[in-house]
Design a protein around this ligand. Sequence first.
Ligand code: MTE
Ligand code: MOS
Length: 755
Amino acid sequence: MISSDAYLHVRGESQFIDDATLPEGTLYAAVLASPVAHGQITQLNLAPAQELEGVYAVLTAAHIPAQNQIGNLILDEPLLAVDEVHYCGQPIAMVVAQQADLAHQAVQAIAIQFAEQPAIIDARQAYRLGQLLLPPRTFSLGHIEKAWPQCDVVVEGTVESGGQEHIYLETQGAFAYPTENKGLKIIAATQSPSLVQRIVARVLGLPMHQIEVEVLRLGGGFGGKEEQATIWATLVALATFHLQKPVKLILSRHEDMRMTGKRHPYSSDFKIGLTHTGQILAYEVTFYQNAGASADLSPAILERTLFHATNSYFIPHIKATAISCRTHLPPNTAFRGFGAPQAVLVIEAAIAKAAEKLGVTAAVIQQKNLLKEGDRFPYGMTVTGNQSRRCWETAIQQYEVDKLAAQIKKFNAEHAFYKKGFAFIPICFGISFTSAFLNQASALVHVYVDGSVSISTSAVEMGQGVNSKIRQIASQIFSINTNRIKLNTTNTSRIANMSPTAASCSADLNGQATKQACLIILARLEKVARKKLQLRQVDEDEITIKNEMVCVNGKATNLTWSKLIPLAYFNRVSLSAQSHYATPHLYFNKTQEQGHPFAYYVFGTAITEATVDCLRGTYQIDTVKIVQDCGNSLNPLIDRGQVEGGIVQGIGWMTIEELIYTEQGRLLTDRLSTYKIPDIYFAPHEISVHFLENANNPEGLLHSKAVGEPPLIYGISAYFAIWQAMKAFRPDLQFTCSAPLTPEKVLLALYPNSY
Ligand code: MTE
Ligand code: MOS
């Protein structure tokens, strides 16, 4: 079944914030953002903007009625800068005007001056200067110091990985209008409606019940609207609060790229020790995370980096340390994978370097060290339902890897300047929010008297198809046509205290809550049906609904869904139910760094093949072949889409997506003309997705597994595939890992003495 949004999308009929029908008299906001990364504001003259005709207000921190604070994990982020600025793009003031153009023009008229100070843009530099968000954290297992002497080979190195811009199709924006008695309704493009509600309440000094936040859908979020949508929603709320008029704010792509945080760049040191047969005995790693100017979600992302430090491998002796460093970049934030891809790149680079030293392919080491059932992670959880080896072996068979290797060898022998390479990558991604309390969700199900069904949950639809999956659940429980079921907007008045739609578990959490709510209604309907059919022996006759027909012991009666629902209504039986679901058994002790943070793991293996033009340094990704563990997939079409999209996004991060800053902390690649993301020509020519068979997941919704984030990690194999091709051209190359591996970097590596 195709995603219910797909029909609307292809016709251009689906609505986003910028499409909403606006009330008369709506005003438009534009933001004055800092042009410098670090400095004091020495002069701020708003008068030239205020004097323009059609400008209603120019608001600064002085206009904030309660707290100028939008921080969540750490209270370190002002809504509007006061006296000093900490990143280029930081909001300082907001103009509200009759038209959007005029608001932008007025922003230009504001006179502002700075005493600029040196900017720190590098995590290690911030570390040296003591700019840490929080004390470092370490996960460990075994005795690392005792293990080194037992290793036959030990290799060390550093790994750099760059940031990544989300490029959701819909840029950040929000729209608010006043409701009665100083209340507000906010239409926001956020993954976290309840967070927006809480922060707006804090900033305006209102109780949360005065603020209603609604989300219809997002034109993509990818983590970029988990925390970073809050600021824009809060700004329009502030303007609406002051002017008591509807206010809308939409960032242009250019503004969005300049002002918002991205995936965290990491700089890491590793040391890995192995036996001569390739068994990994010891792994030590230190991650320096570039957090940007305020905490945002950095501490949580750092934690997932530690959880995934060993990817899909068992390593008996480990010491992994992670340090979040404060810099003068926009606050870096969630991005599909949430710190795990950064960790996986490092262990994979360590393996590649070790393979070079041992004179074997990386695959030999990878395969040998894959997790086994019952293996223990440094954080105390043991692996159950392990599919890592099955995914790997299925990939080798399914995709005839021996043949592929032979073809590549032949190709390389026949071509002087075009070379091919391929690389494997296994994945193991923990499903659940690592903060246990977030693993809860609610659903509210109404059956209307005409038999149609409206469902509200805490999930935000952002292209990942969660609404379709929830619709499927309800359709399955009630056994009614999906056309009868509508997923309603995500709204804080209908569902309270929502967790963000994130961590790949929103279908799991909200699907379970929906299932429970539907079962409550179903039980009531059963009673109504029994009465109508005059069945008294409650236990003897089994009542079910099958394809909209009430059945007794599997046999259809003439009582249909369409008749049953009004019957229940006239008998004054409630046709609404609310239910709450909390993932069982989750806990984590941060003092001991031990616990059971995940409901289950998602496994998979990908094989990526690339061709490099060794004269020009350009390359293409030929194929990506995947075995994906989706459990018993709820919706193979949606899951396939998630795998394909994730891979392409991951490849972009590893290859052509490069963020370049000046020394003063100004982003140079702040437009789509300079920041390149994969398009249809750059995307792999072939992506094959094979779902692992017989992979029922008892911990998941109807035995399925989550799929949203893990496939992004497959993209990492593009780095190694390209590197293999480069090595085919220049066998003396020594492996280095600095992502993205842009064509420029390939060329420089292939011709080191020519520049
Ligand atoms: N797919 C689309 N099309 N658009 C998105 O914004 N976000 C990703 C992933 N897939 C995203 C997406 C991220 S970062 C997450 S955490 C999950 O979807 C969230 O949705 P889920 O919990 O329903 O998987
Ligand atoms: Mo996803 S990065 O957890 O929004």
